[in-house]
Design a protein around this ligand. Structure first.
Ligand code: ADP
Ligand code: MG
Ligand code: MG
Length: 916
């Protein structure tokens, strides 16, 4: 057996790995190898594989025995290339120790720079570089990072500032008394030496241990800390949010240092090959002269736009422009990359597919097709379906913005409009959001610890940091509105106030931010629909020529070419129907008729029906409801213009329609002339301990067939009416909560009888289907029998999930979060189909149903119909359509197209079956 390979080298024209090996080398390691292969200047180093991380956690935090020798060989390789030696007293090799999971997790795990320095090697570095300030700057940075990450010298609960930062501020105060905001670069070599001493004292004081001197010990500690950081709190929160399995593990990259902090000819930066907020094809990014990379992303100093580098470093800038082109033509996607310039020479430290907003994703995908970088099929796969939501999100109302005053400007880092109450700390933001407040998180700068608060907030506003700062990166990915680097903000954490433009805002006051323009307004601003909604829903022609709308439309047109699974909508009014069709819905998958009974006087007739003591009275009350319901259907059928409509008969338990409070009961009594006592008695009779499993669904229609009769008549009379106008009508009547074939048969008898009556009365023909919902496990189990009568199945996955899991959707909030944390259930089963449980029942019902009736129509109408993963699942099990709310239709269409494409791709790459 070949010896296990745990270490892969890269850099200096030679790499063991390549870009396809992300699972083993992590995203960073794989792309460092890939950049090496395409001839980009990558400092040499090696990657310790994710398998070592898995081993580490499986074996009580120990390493495979082969690792040590392989690491030593990796270091030796760097030494040879660079002519330096690790721990050497003449030419010391310094390294960066960098984490790197399969998917990038910005800022979630730890990196240590300048490793290999100690009291002796720092002198060597000083001599070799002839630059004492630089040498001591590296050393103090190293102690700071290592002290924090490896030795745990961090903020304690209740402390507001990082201990190392306090020491720096103290020294600055001594060196530059009374001056505020002195940059670190102002501290000279002597000052930095002093800082090193104080840092070491701090480490000793906090940990009781001396700072390790031996570079090999340092390396061991750093590697362990990177693996350890895989399980730190913020990394776990992040993984949960993005569904990254903890089994993946992280790789560790050990790489020779290049120095952006040797002086004014050096610097570090982060850049994107296109604008990740808008998608525009411009070189976008920022850099800091005389700085190491951490300074750029940490948001401590606000960096300069990358375009300015042209003046300061024309040669390096020209090279960077070349790199930008090379990266895009090679990776065929927008890249987010990190670079360092050391004395005018450019080095590449990282590249990855850049995170982008939904808006940018659509634009980049469509434009890359035009540029012939990718095919239209690839373009479809490039927009995460979930993100398409963002292009439908509201913007500020134009009139409201005109009337409002801009109190501060910052960088437009996450587009969209957000208004909310401001909170200055993540915990309080989370609490407020839990109390259903709209929250804006306002920070001087954000750090990974703020993640929970950022998730809870509508928008994020920071005083410091650029467009690649932590806040901006995370906001873009989550689709949060974000304005950062609004330097006019003075955030006073201690007093919980924000001072800006001469005004004072307390925690809980309203602010509004426009992340597309980077503007901040006082108070709560009115929002308006996105351009896409303006065109499609509000039918405004103004926005029709906007790039946003055209790109969106192009993408949707491509989706229509690719998709197999159709997308219908859940709608119970003509308006909703029209909207959904404008978004590309191919019919109604769920029309909930009970919603129609809540408006105006209808509810009174409904209540009269429920309170009726005999069939005769009930029929009288139902006769009052009939015209209403007929009118509703007429409106809907007209909007559908021949598209099918699945209409569900009355489903909820009757008590939901009755008043429960004394005063409301008295009001009703006056209106319909039934005594309050009688009403109260009926309410009591209808009370159920578990209404979800009570007298509802088809059980109502079976107990009171006259209800179904009225509903059928309303549907068919409406159909006749609309057909007369030359519009086709395709009603699909759906009987809810069926578990026994007989239940369905009884209801079908009613429907068919009424259909014949209406056809005879109106002397016309009626086209319709009758089918059922599959929403309790028994229905799935006997689906073959049910399919004898049902012409279609629609999976009611809300109830099917409740009944299969035995969990009530409304009562699971108390324990589901814990289940998520423990990974008992990885995703909320009410948001995304529990594919291994509920999904298996669905698959079974599909097979059984098709066995009996090969042409049976299959769909899904639960909330899951708008969830991309669930949509893809529905495609895989061969449903004909999904149904979701009107505004989710584009998301579902995109997901459906993606599912079809990934199936086609799998079919292409699957090994061909051998001919016999
Ligand atoms: P993250 O995954 O959080 O971005 P990185 O491993 O990319 O962490 O490191 C953070 C920063 O450290 C980078 O932005 C880069 O500028 C700097 N850095 C990483 N490796 C090196 C190196 N070999 N030489 C100089 N700077 C480096
Ligand atoms: Mg990085
Ligand atoms: Mg149901």
């Amino acid at each position: 057996m070949a010896k296990a390979k745990y270490v892969y080298i890269f850099g200096n024209k030679k790499a063991d790995g390549d870009g396809s090996m992300k699972a083993l080398l992590g995203g960073k390691g794989a792309n460092l190898a890939e950049m090496t292969r395409i001839g980009l200047p990558v400092p040499p180093g090696f990657t310790i594989t994710t398998e070592v991380c898995t081993y580490y956690y499986a074996n009580k935090r120990t390493y495979p025995k082969e690792l040590q020798a392989q690491v030593e060989a990796g270091v030796a390789n760097m030494e040879k290339i660079l002519g330096k030696k690790f721990g050497d007293l003449n030419k010391p090799l310094l390294v960066a120790v960098r984490s790197g999971a399969r998917d990038s997790m910005p800022g979630m795990m730890d990196t240590i720079l300048n490793l290999g320095l100690n009291d002796q090697t720092v002198i060597a570095l000083e001599k070799a570089s002839g630059n004492p300030r630089f040498a001591w700057d590296c050393y103090r940075r190293f102690i700071q990072m290592y002290g924090d990450v490896v030795m745990g010298v961090q903020k304690r609960p209740g402390e507001d500032h990082e201990p190392f930062e306090i020491v720096i501020d103290q020294l600055k105060e001594e060196l530059f008394p009374g001056q505020h905001h002195v940059e670190d670069t102002k501290i000279d070599a002597e000052g930095l030496k002093e800082l090193v001493n104080r840092f070491k004292a701090l480490v000793k004081d906090r940990t009781g241990k001396a700072f390790p001197n031996n570079p090999w010990d340092q390396l061991k500690g750093a590697v362990g800390a990177v693996f350890g950081s895989w399980m730190n709190d913020r990394a776990m929160v992040y993984r949960r949010k993005y569904g990254i399995p903890s089994e993946w593990g992280t790789a560790v990259n050990v790489q020779a240092m290049v120095f952006g902090n040797t002086g004014q000819n050096s610097g570090s930066g982060v850049a994107f090959t296109r604008d990740p907020a808008s998608g525009e094809k411009v070189f976008y990014g920022e850099f800091l002269m005389n700085a190491q990379g951490e300074d750029v992303v940490a948001g401590v100093r606000t960096p300069e736009p990358v375009a300015l580098l042209k003046n300061e470093q024309p040669k390096a800038f020209a090279e960077l422009e070349k790199v930008r082109k090379t990266l895009e033509s090679h990776f065929k996607d927008m890249q987010d990359f990190e670079f360092t310039i050391e004395d005018g020479q450019l080095f590449m430290l990282q590249t990855r597919n850049g995170k982008r907003t939904g808006l940018a994703a659509v634009r980049i995908a469509v434009e890359m097709v035009k540029e012939k970088l990718i095919t239209w099929e690839t373009a479809i796969t490039r927009v995460p379906a979930e993100q398409l939501d963002q292009v439908l999100a509201p913007v500020f109302d134009r009139a409201a913005v005109k009337a409002a005053k801009v109190i501060a400007k910052g960088l437009p880092a996450g587009p969209g409009a957000a208004s909310g109450r401001i909170y200055f700390n993540a915990d309080r933001a989370v609490l407020a959001a839990e109390a259903k407040e709209k929250v804006l998180l306002v920070r001087v700068e954000t750090s990974p610890e703020d993640l929970r608060g950022m998730i809870a907030a509508e928008g994020i506003l920071t005083a410091r940091g650029g467009v690649s700062s932590h806040a901006a990166l995370v906001a873009r990915q989550m689709g949060k509105v974000c304005v950062c680097g609004a330097s006019a903000l003075h955030v006073d954490y201690a007093n919980k106030i924000l001072i800006v433009d001469g005004q004072e805002f307390k925690e809980g006051d309203y602010l509004s931010i426009d992340g597309t323009l980077g503007e901040v307004y006082a108070g709560e601003l009115k929002t308006a629909a996105s351009e896409i909604v303006q065109v499609l829903v509000e039918k405004s022609l103004d926005a029709k020529d906007s790039a946003t709308f055209r790109n969106f439309k192009q993408l949707m047109d491509w989706c229509a070419k690719a998709t197999k699974l159709l997308v219908r909508t859940n709608a119970d009014s003509p308006d909703q129907t029209a909207n959904a069709i404008a978004f590309g819905a191919s019919g109604i998958g769920l029309c909930r008729t009970e919603h129609m009974f809540f408006e105006g006087d209808r509810i009174d007739a409904m209540r009269e029906m429920i309170l009726a003591e005999n069939t005769e009275d009930r029929k009288k009350a139902l006769a009052k409801l009939l015209p209403y319901q007929r009118e509703d259907f007429i409106g809907i059928f007209k909007e559908l213009k021949g598209l099918p409509a699945t209409i569900r008969f009355l489903d909820p338990p009757l008590h939901e329609f009755l008043p429960h409070e004394g005063s409301l009961i008295r009001d009703l009594s006056e209106k319909i002339g039934v005594t309050p006592e009688k009403i109260a008695k009926r309410v009591a009779e209808l009370h159920e301990f578990n209404p979800m499993l009570g007298h509802r669904g088809c059980r109502l229609g079976i107990a009171y067939p006259e209800i179904s009769e009225m509903q059928a008549r309303a549907v068919f009379e409406a159909a006749v009416e609309v057909q007369k106008k030359g519009i086709k009508v395709k009603p699909e009547i759906m009987i809810p909560l069926v578990g026994f074939p007989k239940e369905l048969q009884l209801q079908i008898d009613v429907v068919n009888r009424v259909a014949q009556e209406v056809a005879k009365e109106k002397k016309t023909k009626l086209n319709y289907l009758v089918g059922t919902m599959i929403e309790i496990p028994r229905a799935a189990l006997v689906a073959d029998d049910i399919a004898k009568d049902a012409q279609f199945f629609s999976f009611g996955t809300n109830d099917l999930t409740q009944t299969t899991l035995g969990m009530s959707r409304d009562d699971s909030g108390s324990f589901l979060p814990k289940y998520g944390e423990l990974e008992i259930i990885k995703k909320n089963p009410f948001a995304s189909i529990d594919q291994t449980g509920v999904g298996r029942l669905m698959q079974m019902a599909v097979e059984l149903g098709r066995k009996t009736r090969p042409d049976i129509k299959l769909g899904i109408c639960g909330e899951h119909g708008g969830d991309p993963d669930s949509v893809k699942f529905c495609h895989r099990i061969g449903l004909n359509y999904v149904s979701c709310s009107p505004f989710r239709v584009p998301v579902a269409r995109l997901a459906a197209a993606q599912a079809a494409l990934s199936e086609a791709k799998a079919a292409k790459t699957a090994p061909k079956k051998k001919k016999k």
